[in-house]
Design a protein around this ligand. Structure first.
Ligand code: PEP
Ligand code: MG
Length: 868
């Protein structure tokens, strides 16, 4: 018989897969001697068994009886005992934490009899009925699927009737009334009465937690966070401790460091006389944990000590859930705390400096993609100065975002799908809102604190977040929010500063940010610990400068065609293509030569001694030609060529499959003078810089090569131009001529191609296109279906297909290095900046990756992680 249940005294932190994160850590904390209420964990294996049969197996039921008996012995309390009632919580917990996505039920064991016993033994009737009404609402909603709003309505009505501002003012008599009305909600539903038997409650709760693994929000969360569907959840059954047992009781959440900024200081919130869900749901705005220092100094010290102990033990920032029952503290959970990218980087760097972790641990701890959220823009200072702050809330998740306001998740989702940048503005958020939160640039709430659902989720997603902006009065029915006299309607533009908590009306311009502080320290370490280089794809000095600011090692790909698309150049390019013969091409070529050499000069100058790889012209010529009558007329005017001649030429250059047609080095074969001009421009720029004292070694790259013989032909053309230029200048320059590897044929004959190439650089965009036979420009019509139906694990244009494209790359690398063992090999297609792909490139021996400037820091960290 499989062992489906582990007492907290049996597990440990390394058993997360079996016990879930919460269960494993409750066990670990029990061993550390921390005050954890007694309990046990039902394993994720039991969850798998449940998912197969949709019932709790007889083995599990037998073990459950034994565990309840043990729990009764440990606590000295009994289910259904009238003077010593055992009350328990049933809480979910998967191996990877999914905050708030699955279900929890507290106060199980209460019924019409035991509630009286509890009132008597605690001498606190209000507390007993408060606990019972909570059970009725939670159980009704989670187990029976009764509408939460119906329960809320009862509370709202009774508070309104008595003129109460908060739940705390409800008296024992009020709560008895609430209990009666809650029970009526059951009776008027098709579910029937609330089950009075504690064991029945327990079994139904366990069922419900297993079921909640597959609820909609959990599925969305897993998809968004790439969490496997196969993990399953554990179920933690634990003796209740009560934060709602009076004013010397309470409940709270604490982080061992600030999860928004990373600052080293105990951070958190608590509420007196409350149960767990009150803090996270944002229903009441909690107190800063610092206030506990004055309210209950001894408990604050105990909390601070526990925090320190746990952080040292786990070697990472922890997120703790605690409950104070009549002046005594208990721990209900510890886990690695979710944090913003800023905080993650600061904490990792600080912990290395404190000697708590190594540089390697620090590097492995940061999600490479999270870094890109740190490079998000900030509000332009001048533009900001022209705006008045509308209202201010708590700075829950840093960043600057502008968007249109929507009040419900569904409206936000719809607006985002229609292409609007969205700010989700709500009173508070709950896990049901996940669909809308995912698509929002910013999330703003009028209630809740720094650990409210909205705050935790916005930090986790890297969205800008402001919570607890009390002045905002949200009216869902009217779809508007009011601040003082100002009304914000659905669709209005607002700007949100998640770093300060400020909210503004209208759109505010944002500016770029640079890598500085802790991030630059971390990226230095990444460089130290990586093998592969990280280059950038850049076509303009501006892009290149951005990449250099991010410490790129050089340029891995300059797409020279992008230099031809400026209006004054396009005219010359068109004259070139439309010319009748070589003679007619001379003048436009000379003009383009002038322009191109200036471009190359700028790039080389910026690079100083870093490598710059320039690719010669790649796209089909017709891309430069006019597409409609109006453009034809314009070109005719600019060039003096008749419209009929232009149309004739356009139609002669038209191709059925242009991406497989007259492009890449095929252009060199038919129009050698274009490539000659480009090499001359490169050499003129390089020689000019040599004269100025900067020795540049040109790296020239040939696109679309498919054979050794073709490469040899183009190489000869290029080398002839280089030789002519250096001879005329009376100097020598180092240079290399390499090829892109983007044709499957070139990959499988790479040993031969390498004979004529000084380097390879994988153009995975074309290589993927040709390996799958997917037109890279047309995949949008079917790719999403393939991913949805599981026929592809991911879009292969974004994450390398290791089995197919990757196998060709490996063949090319192995064969290329048979010919030239030191052959440098890069990747400059889109996947060059993708962390998962980078991990694979490390394994197959790629020398460097090249990606867009903004991806450089992400790729750098991914390269280090791949090598560690
Ligand atoms: C590629 O094909 O991967 C590549 C980098 O070249 P381009 O995208 O310009 O075709
Ligand atoms: Mg290509």
């Amino acid at each position: 018989m499989s062992k489906f249940i582990y007492n907290f005294s049996e597990g440990n932190k390394d058993m997360r897969d079996l016990l879930g994160g919460k269960g494993a850590n409750l066990a670990e904390m029990t061993h550390l001697g921390l005050p954890v209420p007694h309990g046990f964990t039902i394993t994720t294996e039991a969850c798998h068994a449940y998912q197969r049969t949709l019932t709790l197996s007889s083995d599990l039921l037998t073990q459950l009886d034994a565990s309840i008996t043990q729990l009764s012995q440990e606590t000295g309390k009994q289910f259904d005992s009238h003077d010593n009632t055992l009350l328990i919580s049933v809480r979910s917990g998967a191996a990877i934490s999914m905050p708030g996505m699955m279900d929890t039920i507290l106060n199980i064991g209460l019924n019409d009899q035991t509630v009286k016993a509890l009132a008597q033994t605690t001498n606190n009737e209000r507390f007993a009925y408060d606990s019972y009404r909570r059970l009725l609402a939670m159980f009704g909603n989670v187990v029976y699927g009764l509408d939460e709003a119906a329960f809320d309505q009862v509370l709202t009505d009774i508070k309104r009737k008595n003129g109460y501002a908060s739940d705390l003012e409800l008296t024992a008599e009020d709560l008895k009334q609430v209990v009666t009305e809650f029970k009526e909600i059951y009776q008027t539903s098709d579910k029937g009465k609330f089950p009075q038997d504690p064991k029945t409650q327990l079994l139904a709760a366990i069922n419900a937690v297993f079921e909640s693994w597959n609820n909609h929000r959990a599925q969305v969360y897993r998809k968004q966070n790439h969490i496997s569907e196969n993990l399953g959840t554990g179920v933690n059954v634990q003796e209740m401790v009560f934060g709602n047992a009076g004013e010397n009781s309470g409940t709270g959440v604490a982080f061992t460091r600030n999860p928004a900024t990373g600052e080293k200081a105990l951070f958190g919130e608590y509420l007196l006389n409350a149960q767990g869900e009150d803090v996270v749901s944002g229903v009441r705005t909690p107190q800063d944990v610092g206030v506990l220092k004055t309210e209950m100094p001894a408990l604050y010290d105990q909390l601070a000590e526990t925090a320190e102990k746990l952080e040292t033990h786990y070697q990472d920032m922890q997120d703790l859930e605690f409950t104070i029952e009549k002046g005594k503290m208990f721990l209900l959970q510890a886990r690695d705390g979710k944090r913003t990218a800023y905080a993650a980087v600061k904490i990792a760097v600080d912990q290395v400096n404190e000697g708590l972790i190594t540089k390697k641990q620090a590097l492995l701890r940061i999600e490479p993609d999270a870094i890109s959220t740190m490079l998000h823009p900030e509000f332009d200072k001048e533009a900001l100065a022209a705006h008045q702050i509308l209202t201010t809330g708590l700075p829950a998740s840093p960043g600057a975002a502008t968007g249109q306001v929507y009040f419900t998740a569904a409206d936000a989702k719809q607006a985002s799908e229609a292409g609007h940048p969205v700010v989700l503005l709500r009173q508070d958020t709950s896990p049901e809102d996940i669909d809308g939160m995912i698509v929002s640039q910013a999330i703003v709430t009028s209630r809740g604190g720094m650990t409210s659902h909205a705050a935790v989720v916005s930090r986790g997603m890297g969205a800008t977040g402001v919570v607890g902006a009390h002045e905002l009065n949200v009216d869902y029915r009217a779809k508007e929010a009011k601040v003082k006299q100002q009304i914000i309607h659905e669709g209005d533009w607002v700007s949100v500063n998640g770093t300060t908590g400020d909210l503004y009306l209208g759109q505010i311009k944002t500016t770029e940010v640079t890598v500085k502080g802790d991030l630059s320290v971390l990226l230095e370490w990444a460089k130290e610990y990586s093998r592969m280089g990280v280059y950038t794809n850049a076509d303009t000095p501006k892009d290149f400068q951005k990449a250099l600011d991010y410490d790129a090692d050089g340029i891995g790909l300059t797409r020279t065609e992008h230099m031809f698309f400026k209006p004054e150049r396009l005219v010359q390019m068109r004259r070139l293509i439309l010319a009748e013969d070589a003679e007619g091409r001379k003048d436009p070529l000379a003009k383009l030569l002038q322009m191109q050499q200036g471009d190359f000069y700028e790039l080389y100058k910026l690079a100083e001694h870093k490598e710059v790889t320039i690719r010669l012209l790649d796209p089909p010529l017709h891309e430069f030609l006019p597409h409609d009558e109006k453009e034809v007329a314009e070109v005719s005017e600019q060039t003096g060529i008749s419209t009929s001649k232009i149309k004739e030429r356009v139609s002669s250059l038209k191709e059925l499959n242009p991406m497989l047609g007259h492009r890449g080095d095929r252009l060199a074969v038919t129009f050698p003078d274009i490539y000659e001009m480009q090499v001359q421009a490169i050499m003129t720029a390089a020689l000019k810089l040599a004269n100025e004292g900067l020795k540049v070694a040109p790296h020239i790259m040939i696109p679309l090569t498919d054979s050794k013989i073709e490469m040899a032909w183009v190489r000869e053309l290029v080398v002839n131009q280089i030789d002519q230029a250096t001879k005329a200048a009376g100097v020598t320059l180092d240079y290399t001529v390499g090829t892109m590897m983007e044709m499957p044929r070139a990959c499988v004959t790479a040993d031969q191609v390498a004979e004529e190439s000084d380097f390879f650089s994988f153009g995975t965009n074309d290589l993927t296109q040709l390996t799958f036979g997917y037109s890279r420009d047309d995949v949008g019509s079917f790719m999403p279906e393939y991913i949805k139906k599981g026929l592809l694990p991911a879009d292969p244009f974004q994450t390398v297909d290791t089995e197919g494209v990757g196998a060709l790359m490996k063949i090319a690398i192995d064969k290329g290095r048979q010919t030239k063992p030191q052959l440098p090999i890069g990747v400059c297609g889109e996947v060059g900046g993708d962390p998962a792909s980078i991990e694979f490139f490390e394994q197959i021996g790629v020398t460097y990756v090249s990606c867009s400037p903004y991806r450089v820091p992400v790729a750098r960290l991914a390269a280090a992680q791949a090598h560690l």
